[in-house]
Design a protein around this ligand. Structure first.
Ligand SMILES: [Zn+2]
Ligand SMILES: [Zn+2]
Length: 260
């Protein structure tokens, strides 16, 4: 009987793809291989989430762009220290839930194929949002747009999933219409230099409804931030259109050697 139900569930699951099966069946942690005990953990087990937090406690980040300052440690101190490489970037401030590794990295990767943020991921994003004072005066949330061609390939935009999750929690409006992507940029790959990244983003975005962002403090949301070239290009366009402030909230902050 149990077998019959199992095979029926499997057959049913096939129709909806892997996402359904991973919801019905306990999955192995993508980081350590142990069973994941709860749906709210997503693709990483509770221990790996805890390990991620412990790691993060010793992370001191650049006051502007949020990149980890190597060799420094503190209790996630947002001090006045800067990395020295973000002066030219056009946004005002960027923060992430932590470095692109472990439980966070695996969850971000999963979000590319499954439009859902598990509780553990959501909780960390909301915590960062509440912690950063500059985010408290945000007027609207703006997901990084995908080019229509990419959107057709991917079926959904993971930045919109992040924006929707944040909006549901904060009550802030999502601005989906001001900004469009007019160039289908090559996907950023591991090993691309900061200059190549910056070039590939040049003139990739267009502001079609400046009145929606004029004199507004905008929060750009994305899954991973690496050099900040995407956020920089968008901040230039929004700034030219009259936005009073452009802040960035990414789920993860990658080092330049990682893709994206
Ligand atoms: Zn684990
Ligand atoms: Zn910096």
């Amino acid at each position: 009987m149990a077998e019959k139900i199992t095979s029926r569930l499997l057959r049913y699951g096939m129709r909806f793809g892997d996402a359904f099966i991973s919801i019905v069946y306990p999955t192995a942690c993508r980081v350590c291989g142990s069973p994941v005990g709860s749906l709210r953990d997503g693709v990483a087990c509770a221990n790996c989430w805890e390990a991620f937090d412990l790691n993060r406690l010793h992370d001191e980040v650049c006051a502007k762009c949020g990149v980890s300052l190597p060799g420094r440690s503190g209790l996630l101190i947002i001090g006045s220290r800067r990395c020295g490489r973000c002066e030219e970037l056009a946004f005002d401030l960027a923060r992430a839930c932590g470095p692109y590794q472990g439980a966070l990295k695996e969850s971000v990767l999963r979000l590319k194929t499954q439009p859902h943020m598990p509780g553990q991921l959501k909780m960390r994003m909301i915590a960062v949002f509440r912690q950063i004072e500059a985010f408290h005066s945000i007027d609207s949330i703006l997901p990084v747009p995908l080019h229509p061609k990419r959107l057709a390939e991917r079926a959904f935009n993971q930045s919109e999933v992040i924006a929707e999750t944040l909006a549901a929690e904060t009550g802030l409006p999502i601005d989906r219409s001001s900004l469009i992507r007019i160039r289908a940029t090559r996907r950023h790959r591991a090993g691309m230099s900061p200059l190549e990244r910056a070039r590939s983003m040049k003139n990739a975005f267009h502001l079609r409804a400046p009145r929606l962002i004029e004199n507004r403090s905008v929060l750009l949301v994305d899954d991973v931030m690496t050099t900040g070239s995407t956020a920089h290009e968008i901040a230039l366009v929004l700034g030219a259109g009259g936005a009073s402030k452009v802040s960035v909230l990414a789920l993860a902050r990658a080092r330049e050697s990682f893709g994206h």
